[in-house]
Each structure stands twice: as structure tokens, then as C-alpha cells.
Design a protein. Structure first.
Length: 320
């Protein structure tokens, strides 16, 4: 019997007055027999990077093909949990034996440019700029309740300024002296911003993560004026208790939400891209459900697809 691996993303958001539940998972993780899906934290599987990207602020063709994607970020401030802003940045993430690689692409049509004025390292003023914020914590579950469990926080703007710090949440400690050794590059054209960052895993954990290991993560795009979007916008961005679980899985296919334009147009539909950078076939099941604010189901769809090694496929999930 041929063995296949499974990729998973779990998201639940509010869009155009519809509660959108999107699950990229095994059937056991899908909605129950009554169509109800519990509101849970987001989840992500981080695939293996065979060919490291060039950190130059340019998303060159093929460089991030086998990276997982994070989108459908929650807006803050908002008036309903899991509400989304229509313009969505996309984060890409994968890793190899030494580094965690993260890229962010953002287009903001509501401003005349990307604000980047803070040039001082490890300075709180960077949060007043357009910036990207990341939270990484080497563990999950009961570990995050240990008194000395660390949370590693990054904020960086479009001119290359970085604030990286270590926080010990349970002790209310912050350590600005911690340095990640991260490498960063940006490109900006008008309101289109691409950022790439390479983070040494050894600066966060003495033990390199193995398949199945869980870390806590959060991804954020802050807009000048302090409106922001986050993978989990339910609290502080330097708190490991706020975020989602990221599972390291070298045998997982990369999964990315490629387009939510149909949702913007009021249709229960989205396009998902699957890319298999492993040497084994990966079987992926996608599920999408929509529920009105009155709790009534609007629609649902489920599809399953096998992605061969080295292959990239698109799947349109939902019904317009």
C-alpha cells in the first residue's frame, strides 16, 4: 500500500458577513456530521526547503514554490472575532537544517506609499511604520506554561530596520539584548512591498526541530497608523499564547490560499495551490464551509487531490 502524507491548514474568518471555515486536512479534522466547525486557532505545516531562496527582497520564480502560505489574516481593530480585511498580505514559510525562511508580499491600495522611517535597531518606534511582525516560540502545549518558556519576537520595516527581542511571558521579562542574526531584504514599488528574511534556527532553539515537533507562531502585517492584520489577532503579538501551532513536517506538501477574490465578490469559493517538494506523493483533502451570522449554513464543498513529487496543482474549492 502506497503511503501518502497530509498537509493541513485550518482557518476560520468573517468575510462579507459570512463565517468562512476553511480546512485543509484529513477527514477526521473536518466538520462534524452536523456541519458544525469549532472556532479554533489556526494551524500550519512547515515543509522542507531543498533549495534555499536568495534573500534579496525579490520573489523570484520557483524560489518559494514549495513553501507553505499564510493568508486570510484577521483584522485589528474589528468588531467580530476572526474578521478579515479585504486586502490580504501573503506569508511564505519553510525551513532547512539551519534556517527558517519567511517571505511576505503585501499590496495596500489605501495609501500613497509604504512608510519606513525608524532606522534605530531594537526601537519601539518601528511599530509606527508599515512593518512586519513575527512571533516564534520553540514549543507548544504544556511547554508554553513553563515559567521560563521563551517567546522570540521580530519587527522589521521596509528600510531594513529590525527589532528582535526575547520575552519570558510568565515572568513579564523582556530581553532586547538578544540578537537573532537574521538576514533581511526588501523591495518596494509604490504600495507593493516584498520582504524576505532568513532566521537561524539555532538562535531560537538548541535542538533543531524534528518532524512532528510543534512551535507556536504568529504572522502580522502592521500598517502605519497601527491598524494591523495577524494570523491570530486575539492578543499581544509578542505572547506565545496568542498565535497558532506550526508543525514541522518534511514530508508535507506546501499549501497556499492563492486567491480569495471570489469571497470579496460574495461567492463561497477560493483557489488553493498545492506544491509537493518531497519525493513521495501527498494526498490532500480540502473543505470549505460558509455560515451566516445567524448560524445558518450557506454552503460547503470538499475535494481530495493527490500531488506527485515535484508537482504543483491548483484546486478551486467551493461553489460560486
Amino acid at each position: 500500500m502506497r503511503k501518502t502524507s497530509v498537509s493541513r491548514i485550518r482557518l476560520r474568518s468573517l468575510f462579507s458577513g459570512i463565517v468562512i471555515t476553511f480546512i485543509l486536512a484529513t477527514a477526521a479534522s473536518a466538520a462534524d456530521k452536523n456541519g458544525n466547525v469549532e472556532l479554533r486557532e489556526p494551524e500550519l505545516r512547515i515543509p522542507w526547503c531543498k533549495a534555499p531562496p536568495n534573500i534579496d527582497g525579490i520573489l523570484s520564480p520557483g524560489e518559494w514554490q514549495f513553501a507553505a502560505g499564510v493568508s486570510m489574516l484577521e483584522a485589528y481593530p474589528c468588531y467580530w472575532p476572526r474578521a478579515m480585511r479585504q486586502e490580504q498580505p501573503v506569508f511564505y514559510v519553510f525551513r532547512d537544517s539551519e534556517f527558517l525562511y519567511v517571505a511576505m508580499e503585501s499590496l495596500d491600495s489605501n495609501t500613497t506609499g509604504i512608510v519606513g522611517s525608524c532606522s534605530m535597531h531594537d526601537n519601539l518606534g518601528i511599530i509606527g511604520d508599515d512593518c512586519v511582525e513575527l512571533m516564534l516560540a520553540p514549543g507548544a502545549g504544556d511547554r508554553i506554561r513553563q515559567y521560563d518558556f521563551p517567546t522570540y519576537y521580530f519587527a522589521f520595516n521596509s528600510i531594513g530596520t529590525v527589532w528582535d527581542a526575547k520575552f519570558i511571558t510568565q515572568l513579564a521579562e523582556s530581553h532586547n539584548s538578544w540578537e537573532s542574526g537574521a538576514e533581511l531584504a526588501n523591495t518596494v514599488e509604490g504600495t507593493h512591498w516584498v520582504s524576505e528574511i532568513k532566521i537561524p534556527i539555532s538562535s531560537i532553539s538548541r535542538d533543531l526541530p524534528k518532524d512532528g515537533d510543534l512551535w507556536r507562531m504568529n504572522f502580522d502585517r502592521t500598517f502605519s497608523g497601527y491598524n494591523w492584520l495577524a494570523w491570530n489577532a486575539g492578543g499581544a503579538l509578542n505572547d506565545c499564547r496568542v498565535g497558532g501551532n506550526a508543525t514541522f513536517d518534511s514530508q508535507a506538501a506546501a499549501a497556499r490560499i492563492k486567491s480569495v477574490k471570489p469571497l470579496i465578490d460574495g461567492k463561497l469559493q477560493m483557489t488553493v495551490e498545492l506544491a509537493n517538494g518531497t519525493d513521495k506523493p501527498c494526498k490532500v483533502k480540502t473543505e470549505l464551509a460558509g455560515t451566516g451570522l445567524d448560524g445558518k449554513k450557506i454552503g460547503e464543498d470538499a475535494q481530495e487531490m493527490e500531488v506527485k513529487p515535484g508537482e504543483t496543482k491548483e484546486i478551486n474549492i467551493g461553489k460560486g
